[in-house]
Design a protein around this ligand. Structure first.
Ligand code: Q9C
Ligand code: ZN
Length: 733
């Protein structure tokens, strides 16, 4: 089981034979650049390489009329003038004597990919094809597209495998109107497309590309259009679209197969799209889709005309399909005003058709659960300046494709006898430990919480954490006793902070009182005051390196923008909203270096929930998760957690049920409280924010280019410089 790469070099044969500035960008080098990129990154050899075969006439006939197929077939024998004349009958199309052969290979490649995935030969895969397909219609070529590769593949999956729900995600920067027309009244195919629209002033200039086109008849609600009305959309805008539009609907739809119309003209540098999403963004989009349909993803190339950007983006997608961790997403995670308006317009248009969108009601501020001090903290990016002029994309193009992939995927150190028996293969059993004296030094602030026998477990947890921070281990599972869970968390946090000042996202489930003085509510007491509770400006900033979320009880509460608690939703709708609408926007905004996921006493998490939580937390943190589980529940959870951390698709949460009023109220409360600092939470726009958001945005590309030129070291706007000093020592030694 792995990733298929479907290709045939004949697809480089078709090319433009006359002068046409509009069509010349669709060139053979697109395929060779993408393939060379995969080879140079060592990705091709990790895939199951399949050679495409031509689709049959019958297969083309799943979508296209016999007359149109015959017409394209006839182009094989036309001369250049005749080809040119025929091409002019369509919008942005060129024919070549090899077009029929190539277009049949392109459709055939998509079919071969779907067969490989649906027969179980591979988990997922990608087809690198030319010509692209998503503009092509039943009886018309359009926008470089001749046969509609993805639509044919979807019909094939329905017909040959009896699939009843297929999701098509079209992240190409153009509207795949061809796919929309073909499935317009078909509720078995959910078609999502975002596209450069500019209020209808961008090609293909169609009113039916707007958000209010939702499908017809039985198909109402199964066409989802997200029109971008400005150029320059970037990582934060794309993520917001996935978290607030696509993924809620996709979970509710529960597809059996995901087809991606994978155009990369939506990436930075592309002359058609003029957008700013970096190649890494496509790793994240891919990983977010992997939670759907049991991971059965078939990506078929559409557009993408900046050769280097195309090649890197394809690498990012394939690397993620292969299961490698996602690279960090740089830049401010602040969606722009226009993106928020577009997202709002599609949510409004789709609300009648999707329960998950009806879970959002106006926020209700309840005085009993709300503490005011959190609201005065500085806004993200407020004091930001960036003097680097935007010149070229060269820093983007120089960077290597891959992030270092830790040699060990998932390591465990389980103190409970028998817990290891249930683990899936591929897990490393960690025997190492931090030395006892060092462990005790780190734990000395918590003497009362640690029994003597707890130090062994703590030493192992610290060793696993070191493995993650050192890049030796992707993620890990450790155990603690119930009493020692909070203290263990606190020691782990301190060690992360001491290690090059890492940012830590702590998700603590169950009866876990917050560690000693983590709250921003004043200095601690004498000896017990931790380094990061000091009130000097330096330590004030350092505190911004911990984002602490407690999931427990019935009430939502915020103590600061970095410390709050939420109840555990019991409905599937509430749980998904919690993850997509709250947790992931926060995690992506915070950009943690490591996630500590603690399951303490009475955490209440069911296996499927634990799996989804761990799986989805992987994306924003490049899989660097240390799960700390109290001994009582490790027997039940070890296998589930290990599978999720290894990258297996989580089991279904069960049938979709709408969030309860209490769950909705808690979520709305938290989002309203936290929104001033965490802009990815934002759904409705507020006029007062308009100006600062637009300023941040114009600086965004500059900051991206500057950081990529400087290498991987990064800072987050409004946060602090990397912490220098001795590192890796217990505090106050
Ligand atoms: N400057 C694909 O990406 N030309 N087709 C638009 C606007 C047609 C794009 C002109 C672009 C077709 C698959
Ligand atoms: Zn395109």
């Amino acid at each position: 089981m792995g990733t298929a790469l479907v290709y045939h070099e004949d697809m480089t044969a078709t090319r433009l034979l006359w002068d046409d500035p509009e069509c010349e960008i669709e060139c053979p080098e697109r395929l060779t650049a993408a393939l060379d990129g995969l080879r140079q990154c060592g990705l091709e050899e990790r895939c199951l390489c399949l050679t495409a075969c031509e689709a049959s006439e019958e297969e083309l006939g799943l979508v296209h009329s016999p007359e149109y197929i015959a017409l394209v077939q006839k182009t094989q024998t036309l001369d250049k003038e005749e080809l040119h004349a025929l091409s002019k009958q369509y919008d942005a199309v060129y024919f070549h004597p090899d077009t029929f052969h190539c277009a049949r290979l392109a459709a055939g490649a998509a079919l071969k990919l779907v067969d490989a995935v649906l027969t179980g030969a591979v988990h997922n895969g990608v087809a690198l094809v030319r010509p692209p397909g998503h503009h092509s219609q039943r009886a018309a070529a359009n926008g470089f597209c001749v046969f509609n590769n993805v639509a044919i593949a979807a019909k094939h999956a329905k017909q040959k495998y009896g699939l009843q729900r297929i999701l098509i995600v079209d992240w190409d920067v153009h509207h795949g109107q061809g796919i929309q027309y073909i499935f317009n009244d078909d509720p078995s195919v959910l078609y999502f497309s975002w596209h450069r629209y500019e209020h209808g002033r961008f090609w293909p200039f169609l009113p039916e590309s707007d958000a209010d086109a939702v499908g017809q008849g039985q198909g109402q609600g199964f066409t989802v259009n997200l029109p971008w009305n400005q150029i320059g959309m970037g990582n934060a805008d794309y993520l917001a679209a996935f978290l607030h539009v696509l993924l809620p609907l996709a979970f509710e739809f529960d597809p059996e197969l995901v087809l991606v119309s994978a155009g990369f003209d939506s990436a930075i540098g592309d002359p058609e799209g003029q957008m700013q999403a970096t190649p890494e963004c496509f790793a994240h989009l891919t990983q977010l889709l992997q939670v759907l349909a049991g991971g059965r993803i078939c990506a078929v190339l559409e557009g993408g005309y900046h050769l280097e950007s195309l090649s890197q983006s394809v690498c990012m997608m394939v690397q993620t399909l292969l299961g490698d961790p996602t690279p960090p997403l740089l830049g401010l995670m602040v969606p722009c005003q226009s993106a928020l308006e577009s997202i709002q317009s599609v949510r409004t248009a789709q609300t009648p058709h999707w329960i998950s969108l009806r879970q959002n009601v106006a926020p209700v501020l309840s005085s009993s659960t709300h503490s005011p001090e959190g609201r005065s903290l500085p806004l993200l990016g407020e004091s930001r300046t960036c003097a680097i002029a935007e010149d070229s994309l060269s820093p983007l193009l120089d960077r290597p494709c891959l992030r270092p992939n830790p040699p060990v995927c998932t390591a465990v150190a389980l103190t409970v006898p028998g817990a290891a028996l249930a683990l899936p293969p591929g897990v490393l059993h960690q025997e190492g430990s931090v030395l006892r004296e060092e462990t005790k030094a780190w734990a000395r602030l918590h003497k009362s919480r640690f029994q003597d026998e707890d130090f062994a477990a703590l030493g192992k947890s610290l060793c696993l954490l070191d493995g993650i921070l050192d890049g030796q281990v992707r993620n890990a599972i450790a155990t603690t006793t119930a009493l020692a869970t909070v203290a263990t968390l606190d020691v782990l946090i301190q060690r992360c902070l001491a290690y090059k000042g890492q940012r830590v996202l702590c998700v603590a489930l169950g009866q876990l009182d917050r560690p000693l003085d983590l709250a921003d509510d004043g200095p601690g007491k004498g000896e017990q005051r931790l380094m990061y509770m000091c009130t000097c400006p330096w330590c004030f900033l350092l505190r911004r390196r911990i984002l602490w979320l407690n999931i427990r009880g019935k009430e939502a509460a915020t103590w600061s923008m970095f410390h709050f608690s939420a109840p555990l939703p019991q409905t599937t709708g509430g749980f998904l909203s919690f993850i997509l609408g709250l947790l992931l926007p926060l995690a992506y905004g915070f950009q943690p270096d490591v996630v500590l996921m603690a399951l303490g006493p009475a955490h209440g998490l069911q296996n499927a929930q634990a799996a989804l939580l761990a799986t989805m937390l992987r994306s924003p943190v490049g899989s660097r998760i240390l799960a700390v589980v109290e001994e009582e529940s490790i027997l039940q959870l070890a296998r589930t957690l290990a599978q999720a951390l290894l990258g297996e698709t989580p089991p279904s949460l069960g049938p979709f049920s709408m969030a309860s009023p209490e769950e909705i109220q808690a979520l709305m409360f938290l989002k309203a409280q936290l929104e001033p600092r965490w802009k990815l939470l934002q759904l409705l726009h507020h006029n007062r924010d308009h100006q600062s958001l637009e300023i941040n945005r114009s600086r965004w590309a500059d900051s991206y280019l500057r950081k990529s030129a400087l290498g991987p070291q990064r800072t987050v706007a409004g946060d602090l410089r990397p912490v220098g000093g001795p590192g890796f020592l217990p505090p106050e030694q």
